[in-house]
Design a protein around this ligand. Structure first.
Ligand code: PLP
Length: 438
């Protein structure tokens, strides 16, 4: 079965003429899955996409994470329209910003103070500046394969998009900046200890995705975050949790307040970066943390960070509406239930066809690594067979199932996905695995 993609192909040729690489984010290109035209979508509603050729897809890309209530959720759409009718940008404070800040603080108690920005990249970038200002130190420790946006300091051993395209260490970053970043394997406390022993006096912060979403979905092993926080504090550095993906993804709150965590006493970070879900599908980022650390930020303190678009009423309104929907009882459990069925079904079908597949599922999200061994860190995720993933991706796409075009990216469920969608997805996977096992 092949879908007609002729209009997508024509638009892609056009896009190549005007937009670098034809895409406005490299992770949207199909380079890692055999190349050619990415599908140009025209409309989305609930769990579905329709492309410019009229094909319908079940969406598991979910815009790389922000879409959790399904596309065009009426409550969020209403909020955006209401905001737009009242003017899109003021350049003054608004009451809405206080409301969203209050909601974030109530859900993530480690954030005494919040500041809104426009993207996860900005949020993370600023947490680093604030940590440096507070500690008066320079170096940052990060974990291999974690992606923290595209600012200079964190594009070293970056997972997700950069790894997919084979450029985990981006060009254009001066060696002097790259030398300020130390990379350690995820889930490796000995490695962290060694790094802190060597550079500890100059380490401003240790930054981590407490639940990884950028080389597949990967949980910290029991004791990892606990040890990380303890060692980091002993070294006089700050702990930064990048919760741009994990914030509000697994429950109403963040990884640091997630009951099912292997470290129930997971120590609170000094700073947290958020994005994606908290904007309900519009551009947003936020960072926050302990009062005395956040006091570094201008206008209170000497660390400068600003934004013309920051806290704009449309993004903030969409964020509030999205969090309101997520407060509905049972909503996370429903996504969880569907993801259990999806993950178990994919694994069973792969086994039946003799295809090595490791599924990492965390509540309503999962990742598919085409390898027989567990994936607990970036190195292990690299063992997954990219060609097999590319084949699977194409076979699923041709059956109306939309995944991210990368072996490292997660599948996300939304509150709009149904049991019937999962059944249709598994039926497509059966056909895909059959074709792959021939
Ligand atoms: N941090 C994490 C964990 C992310 O996954 C991402 C994006 O995927 C970012 C930061 C950057 O966010 P944005 O793309 O909004 O700049």
């Amino acid at each position: 079965m092949t879908l007609n993609h002729s209009r997508s192909e024509a638009l892609y040729s056009d896009a190549l003429e005007h937009i670098v690489g034809g895409v406005n984010s490299p992770s949207r290109s199909f380079k890692a899955v055999g190349g050619g035209a990415p599908v140009f979508m025209e409309r989305a509603e609930g769990a579905y996409f329709w492309d410019v050729d009229g094909n319908r897809y079940i969406d598991y890309l979910c815009a790389y994470g922000p879409i959790i209530t399904g596309h065009a959720h009426p409550h969020i759409t209403e909020a955006i329209i209401r905001a737009a009718r009242s003017g899109t940008l003021y350049g003054t404070p608004t009451e809405l910003e206080i409301q969203l800040a209050r909601m974030l603080k109530a859900a993530i108690p480690s954030m005494d103070k919040v500041r809104f920005v426009n993207s996860g990249t900005e949020a993370v970038m600023t947490t680093i500046r604030v940590a440096r200002a507070y500690t008066k130190r320079n170096k940052i420790i990060k974990f291999a394969g974690c992606y923290h946006g595209h600012s200079d300091l964190v594009l070293v051993a970056a997972g997700s998009g950069p790894s997919t395209l084979g450029i985990p260490d981006s060009a254009g970053i001066p060696p002097s900046i790259a030398s300020e970043v130390i990379t350690v394997p995820f889930n490796d406390l000995d490695g962290l200890q060694q790094a802190l022993a060597r550079w500890g006096d100059d380490v401003a912060a240790v930054m981590v995705e407490p639940i990884v979403g950028n080389f597949g979905m990967v949980m910290p092993v029991p004791g990892f975050l606990d040890g990380l926080c303890r060692m980091t504090r002993e070294a006089g550095a700050l702990v930064i949790y990048d919760e741009v993906i994990s914030g509000f993804r697994f429950h109403y709150g963040s990884a640091q307040t997630y009951d099912a965590f292997p470290d129930p006493q997971a120590i609170e970070p000094d700073l947290t970066a958020l994005g994606k879900i908290i904007g309900g599908g519009l551009p947003i980022g936020a960072y926050g943390g302990r009062k005395e650390v956040m006091a570094q930020v201008a206008p209170l303190g000497p660390a400068y960070q600003a934004g013309t678009m920051a806290g704009n009423p449309a993004s903030i309104s969409a964020g509030i509406a999205c969090l309101e929907v997520l407060q509905t009882a049972g909503i996370y459990e429903q996504m969880d239930k569907l993801a259990v069925k999806l993950g178990a079904g994919l694994k069973r079908l792969a086994d039946e066809h003799g295809i090595p597949l490791t599924i990492n599922r965390i509540r309503g999200s999962l990742s598919t690594h085409f390898c027989p061994s567990p994936v607990t860190n970036y190195e292990e995720s690299q063992l997954a067979d990219g060609e097999q993933f590319a084949r699977f991706f194409r076979l699923m796409l041709e059956q109306g199932i939309c995944l991210a075009p990368s072996k490292y990216e997660a599948w996300f469920l939304t509150t709009a996905h149904t049991e019937a969608d999962i059944d249709q997805t598994l039926a497509a996977a059966r056909i895909a695995f059959q074709a792959m096992s021939r």
